[in-house]
Design a protein around this ligand. Structure first.
Ligand code: SF4
Ligand code: SF4
Length: 101
């Protein structure tokens, strides 16, 4: 079964950041603003805490979002993502459904 690693390379490849589902979520924007500041205070080179990135939802480290304002009627970017291809994932909307398993 696919296990997606929480790595800086996968974070950089992840296409959640410009996904309309994520972009339209006020809850995610709030979490990034709140938690991103905390994680960046520890040093720019450190890997951010999974809860702070609100991306890479397919990884076990991040998994399903706690936000409940994610609109699954909008398109999920996962099928065009390199992480999705390399790990041969076959599902989408990991932010709503939880990590790839
Ligand atoms: S898992 Fe899919 S729907 Fe959710 S934020 Fe990422 S690309 Fe968008
Ligand atoms: S498959 Fe989806 S959740 Fe996983 S890294 Fe790519 S865009 Fe992000």
């Amino acid at each position: 079964m696919p296990k997606v690693e929480y790595t800086i390379q996968n974070l950089e490849s992840c296409r959640c950041s410009n996904c309309p589902v994520r972009e339209s979520s006020n809850c995610i924007a709030g979490k990034v603003a709140e938690l991103g500041q905390i994680s960046s205070s520890g040093g720019a080179q450190r890997m951010p805490a999974p809860q702070a990135v609100q991306m890479l939802f397919c990884s076990q480290a991040v998994g399903k979002s706690e936000c409940n304002d994610l609109n699954a009627s909008m398109a999920c970017n996962c099928p065009g993502c390199p992480v999705w291809s390399v790990n041969e994932l076959n599902s989408t909307y990991f932010c709503n459904r939880g990590a790839a398993s």
